[in-house]
Ligand binder design. Structure first.
Ligand SMILES: Cc1cc2nc3c(=O)[nH]c(=O)nc-3n(C[C@H](O)[C@H](O)[C@H](O)COP(=O)(O)OP(=O)(O)OC[C@H]3O[C@@H](n4cnc5c(N)ncnc54)[C@H](O)[C@@H]3O)c2cc1C
Length: 417
């Protein structure tokens, strides 16, 4: 395989017509790329935003349509893109430089892989109706319909998306139970103490949280009726939402020769093991210079920014390529409270610098040795980005504590932004 210089790049292809893929198309045009741009997406829908699917979209008063990133006409007219929707890519030929989609082999000089992640299914649950994951618009519509019918809701997995579904059910006054196999929720994401603190939101808002009891089976005649737990407990359910994580969508790349390892492996420039091929968003595992480690991040802002960076690097590999370095950021909305997290969570190495873990506001900082590595806030949105900047600057934990004291006297913010 031979590297391609900027002048030779006439066709940019983005595979995955969602956040990262759409941002890649936008970025290429905004950077003045005049060649052919093709966007290939597996879903039939025009690209839409996923975070609202587990939040506003589940409200009874929300329009039954998603928040669209760009309509097909806009992509075609404003961005002069060729748009293939409902056309999953099924193969990549690195030597011929083509992507197989439907019956076509779409040629590329530069390729951005943005196929995201798919919700992990629970084995042995596919035979019953009323059991859903929540990853795409069709999932969200089915869940919303069940909530409209007043479903008793059981969420399997106390992660962020499942917790948002439980919150949506409770806001409608419906029974909601969250079942988590581990003794404490969110341990890997934010550590055990802060995981327990957020878990308290479920109980304070009338949802039942059952931890440390794995699900052993679902029962029902046609439709789900009951969830069985390892200790023999049964929970009645009309709707079961499985929220047990996501897996990167790389099946279509198997055998292509591209290096895959829990996602598409990339360097700091988001370039994969093949020249001219880049990856962005939930599917990309890249070397983040900020922490000098390989990461795959399933956060909105990461996908948006990586889509832009990957496209810019792909169209100007020799003249304008820059590494993608970031302090990861995500938010989640539960029961009218906003949770925000920046950086990395070091297990148990944290200090609460504002509010308290049992209340409806706190700011907690994480450390690794003497460095500030992360911050988690509950209804503390005024300061979270300041901590993100401190992490990016390599601030010490002492400096972060000093900063927290300067803001401690100011009135605190409440409620989601
Ligand atoms: C319900 C929900 C709520 C969320 N809430 C938050 C939140 O509050 N805060 C936050 O930070 N993040 C949130 N996220 C995560 C955020 O939405 C994702 O990080 C973001 O959507 C990733 O964008 P992406 O473009 O990389 O991948 P995706 O959005 O997964 O898009 C990938 C696209 O590629 C398509 N595709 C897959 N395989 C192929 C193929 N072979 N050929 C063609 N197309 C293919 C898929 O169908 C999909 O349309 C949420 C995610 C979900 C599902």
């Amino acid at each position: 395989m031979i590297a391609v210089s900027a002048e030779e790049i006439r066709c940019l292809v983005a595979v995955g017509a969602s956040l990262a893929g759409v941002r890649a198309v936008e970025a290429a045009r905004k950077a003045g790329f005049e060649g052919r741009v093709t966007l290939i997406g597996a879903e039939p829908h025009p690209p839409y935003d996923r975070p609202p699917l587990s939040k506003e979209f589940l409200r009874p008063d929300h329009a039954p349509e998603p928040v669209v990133l760009h309509g097909r006409a806009e992509l075609v007219e404003d961005f002069e893109a060729e748009v293939l929707l409902g056309a999953p890519a099924t193969g990549l030929d690195l030597d011929a430089r083509t992507v197989r989609a439907g019956d076509a082999d779409v040629p590329y000089d530069a390729l951005v892989i943005a196929t995201g992640a798919a919700a992990r299914e629970l084995p042995g649950t596919g035979h019953l109706s009323g059991v859903h994951v929540l990853r795409d618009l069709d999932d969200a519509k089915a869940i919303r319909l069940a909530l409209d019918d007043g479903a008793r809701t059981v969420v399997i997995g106390a992660g962020f998306i499942g917790s948002e579904v439980a919150s949506a059910a409770r806001r409608r006054g419906l029974d909601a139970t969250v079942v988590e196999a581990r003794p404490t929720p969110l341990v890997r994401a934010i550590g055990p103490d802060l995981g327990s603190a957020l878990a308290g939101l479920h109980e304070r808002n009338g949802a039942t949280l059952i931890c440390g009891r794995p699900v052993t089976g679902l029962e029902g005649t046609g439709a789900v009726e009951r969830v069985h737990l390892a200790d023999g407990t049964m929970v009645e359910a009309d709707l079961v939402v499985v929220g047990v994580g996501a897996v990167p969508c790389t099946d279509w790349l198997a055998g292509s020769g591209l290096e895959l390892d829990d996602g598409v492996v990339c360097d700091e420039f988001l370039q994969t093991s093949a020249p001219g091929v880049y990856a962005a968003g939930d599917v990309a595992r890249w070397n983040n210079p900020q922490f000098d480690r390989m990461m795959r991040v399933e956060h909105w802002s990461n996908a948006a920014e990586q889509g832009v960076r990957a496209a810019r690097n792909a169209i100007s590999p020799t003249t304008a390529a820059e590494p993608y370095t970031t302090v990861p950021y995500f938010w989640s909305d539960w029961y009218g409270s906003r949770i925000q997290f920046v950086g990395l969570a070091a297990r148990d190495q944290h200090e609460v610098v504002s509010g308290d873990l049992a209340g409806d506001h706190f700011v907690a900082l994480y450390r690794e040795c003497d460095k500030l590595t992360g911050a988690l806030t509950l209804n503390g949105r005024r300061h979270i980005m300041k901590y993100r900047r401190l992490i990016a600057q390599g601030a010490t934990f002492e400096e972060a504590l000093a900063f927290s004291r300067t803001v401690a006297a100011r009135p605190r913010s409440r409620g989601p932004q």
